[in-house]
Design a protein around this ligand. Structure first.
Ligand code: ADP
Length: 292
């Protein structure tokens, strides 16, 4: 009897010390819990509860680590993106102050360059504000039905001046007059403007087409260009924040590397998804569905 009590006591002691060890690791928050704990058969319920708790804590731990890593990368990217235009503006102003201001061959050019970089900075800040509002869930959407044909006509009117001095034309393929789609009109406008601006930024000539295909419950909206196109390897990455195929070209044309990430988020809030097909050297088509 005494031996039995002694044996049971020893098992409990070992169980308790396993539990204590696990709790200590949890309290220290320093490492992932690598294994499940195994207790005596009679403590099966407690073992299951503890292992469930360990699994949840592990999942949270991995999630927090990922979040921390993303936050660090994001901060690093933002600082780098801010540095580029600020350094450039500083450089041009310094050169002007050091005498170039009185040299009529370069002074206007340097001023224009400095001004262009302030525009890049302003684009970047606006995109950063948008992306942080969207990602923190603070961007309120206002969904309603609106007429797609009228919307696209207004969009073209607004957009045409930006391409009037380029060999690029915007063509809107026929859309049914009464077609109503359901979404946040202001945010949908932002999606279309971002896609159209990209089509212009990454084309030198040709047409940009907006094509609408009506399906039974929704319609597919496409923005098709005849620009530089995107290689297969880059296709899946262009929707990531700050990912650019050609950094220098993107900056030269005022890109921030955030436009498509914003498009992706806005469409996700519409239960939709942005997709792309592209042939390098021939052009790209960005497309998504919206409910009607
Ligand atoms: P950016 O501000 O650099 O244009 P985006 O997020 O809008 O950033 O796009 C990410 C990258 O995807 C761009 O830098 C460019 O390399 C590529 N890209 C986007 N749209 C097009 C397009 N229509 N044609 C070719 N490349 C494109």
């Amino acid at each position: 009897m005494v031996v039995l009590y002694f044996y049971i006591g020893k098992r409990r002691y070992s169980d308790l010390s396993d539990i204590k060890k696990t709790l200590r690791i949890i309290a220290s928050r320093e490492m992932e819990l690598t294994s499940n704990i195994e207790l005596d058969k009679g403590l099966g319920d407690i073992q299951a509860e503890l292992n469930e708790m360990i699994k949840k804590i592990n999942d949270d731990f991995i999630y927090l680590k990922k979040l921390e890593q993303t936050r660090r990368e994001f901060l690093g990217n933002v600082s780098h993106e801010l540095k580029t235009p600020i350094f450039a503006i500083g450089g041009y102003i310094e050169t002007l102050l050091n005498g170039a201001i009185s040299d009529p061959r370069v002074n206007m050019h340097f001023l224009q360059k400095a001004y262009d970089h302030t525009q890049n900075l302003s684009n970047l800040l606006n995109d950063l504000i948008d992306i942080s509002l969207i990602e923190s869930g603070q961007l309120k959407m206002s969904f309603r039905y609106f007429n797609l044909k009228n919307f696209l006509a207004e969009l073209a009117e607004e957009f045409n001046p930006t391409i009037s001095e380029t060999p690029i034309q915007l063509v809107i393929q026929p859309v049914r007059k009464g077609l109503q789609i359901y979404g946040d009109k202001t945010r949908f406008r932002q999606v279309m403007i971002n896609l159209l601006q990209n089509a212009v930024k990454y084309s030198t000539e040709g047409s940009i087409q907006i094509i609408v295909e009506e399906n039974s419950d929704d319609c597919t909206i496409m923005v098709k260009d005849e620009g530089v196109g995107i290689q297969e390897d880059d296709l899946s990455r262009i929707f990531e924040r700050f990912y650019r195929v050609d950094k220098a070209r993107s900056r030269d044309v005022g890109g921030t590397g955030l436009g498509l990430a914003i498009v992706k988020h806005i469409l996700e809030a519409h239960n939709s998804k942005i997709e792309v097909k592209s042939k390098y050297g021939e052009g790209s088509t960005f497309f998504f569905k919206l409910a009607k």
